[in-house]
Write a protein that binds this ligand. Structure first.
Ligand code: PLP
Length: 388
């Protein structure tokens, strides 16, 4: 039996233990400690955002972001169907409704279809974009930077300006991804729209066990994000609360780990890039298998690798996953489409086509930042041996 190769696991070889020990020794373990502020400042500095507010996870960050953007009960938010469900559930938490869009060849939200939807199925009245079918106002677009690729932010920002919409970037998978050309050259995923959200879940590019970060250039948003994530206390001493808040702030223990992880982020991206390039070339030699690329005008963070398994290959998606499992290699299909999930059975979707094809053909293969060259070669060998 060969050694188990996991899909995506944490890499904790930096100063994690040192900083966490410091938090424990100083007995600052909860939300009040200095590492939390430092982690916020360093995340803002790294991404180029004006400010950052920590939160318990990416899901809670998106929950807050929607509220900051004024999305309320009965409003609608345009979301992709090809994503992890945590991108969409927060829309429902606040009683709003998602409208599902297809993806394009980059796996991110299809902006041409979105533009067609706005043009042919919505009306603008008093500066509000109204969905003709439901007569509800569309308030925001929530693109997801799938697997560390960049959604088409130029088109999304143009549509948002044209129709007076807010943009909340789900950058939970894309910390470190930025534009290298075009209108947003130098700008990071998460910092282009009104608000961006990162995640530090265990399988993300850096982890705090669980954790998240809200970033924005809008000081009002940042102030209110801090307020809402810390129980909406308007007077520290007398416990005066001016709205319903949440206990969403990151703890000092988590932030200690986050700081150590952030120090290593660029190294993680280097390893992920090298393994990506290795896989990409290797699969060019296997008919029917293609490692999907990232966009040309970005520096991706290479978080997750999506292997497209075509009809010419000896096995289909499920057979590949089972076969790899038998060889001690963990892999998985892409997420089930969110518009097909039970809680979203009644939600509107618009011309979903490509997402179905990707769902049927994509397998995610091992991509950890501590994946060795030998392990990557072993994965390739398994798939080579299985070739027709
Ligand atoms: C991980 C993830 C989230 C949620 O982040 P958590 O920190 O796990 O709550 C949201 N959206 C997408 C696309 C994700 O991959």
């Amino acid at each position: 039996m060969s050694k188990f190769i996991p899909l995506s696991v944490p890499n904790l070889k930096g100063k994690e233990l040192e900083y966490i020990t410091k938090a424990v020794e100083t007995e600052w373990v909860s939300t009040g400690g200095p590492f939390v502020n430092e982690f916020e400042e360093k995340t803002a500095a790294y991404t180029g955002a004006k400010g950052a507010v920590s939160c318990q996870n990416g899901t809670s960050g998106l929950h807050i972001a929607l509220q900051l953007c004024g999305v309320t009960r009965g409003d609608e938010v345009v979301v992709p169907t090809l994503t992890f469900i945590a991108a969409v559930n927060p829309v429902k938490y606040i009683g709003a409704e998602p409208v599902f869009m297809d993806c394009d060849d980059s796996l991110t939200i299809d902006t041409e279809k979105m533009a067609a939807f706005f043009e042919h199925h919505c009306d603008v009245s008093n500066g509000k974009l109204m969905n003709r079918l439901t007569n509800r106002q569309i308030k925001a677009i929530l693109p997801v930077h799938v697997f560390g690729n960049m959604a088409d932010m130029e088109s999304i920002m143009d549509l948002a300006a044209q129709y007076n919409l807010k943009v909340i970037e789900d950058a939970t998978e894309a910390l470190g991804t930025y534009y290298t050309a075009g209108k947003y050259k130098g700008m990071h995923a998460g910092t282009i729209g009104d608000i961006g959200v990162y995640s530090f879940n265990g399988n993300k590019i850096i982890t705090t066990g669980g954790g998240g970060m809200i970033v924005s250039d809008n000081p009002e948003y940042l102030k209110r994000a801090k307020h809402l994530t810390t129980q909406a206390k308007s007077d520290e001493l007398y416990f005066v609360h001016d709205e319903i808040g949440y206990n969403y702030r990151l703890t000092n223990l988590q932030a200690a780990m986050g700081l150590a992880q952030l120090e290593q982020l660029e190294q993680f991206i280097e390893v992920k890039k090298a393994n990506y390039e290795y896989y990409k070339k290797a699969f060019e030699q296997i008919s029917g298998l293609t490692l999907l690329g990232f966009k040309d005008n970005i520096r991706p963070n290479f978080w997750f690798y999506a292997l497209y398994c075509g009809k010419e290959y000896a096995m289909n998606r499920d057979e590949i996953i089972q076969y790899l499992a038998s060889k001690s290699v963990q892999s998985r299909p892409i997420w089930g489409l969110i518009s097909e999930q039970k809680p979203y059975a009644g939600s509107e979707e618009y011309k979903i086509e490509k997402a179905n094809d990707f769902l049927e053909h994509i397998v995610n293969i091992p991509c950890s930042s501590n994946l060795s060259k030998e392990d990557a070669a072993y994965v390739v060998d398994c798939l080579k041996t299985a070739e027709k």
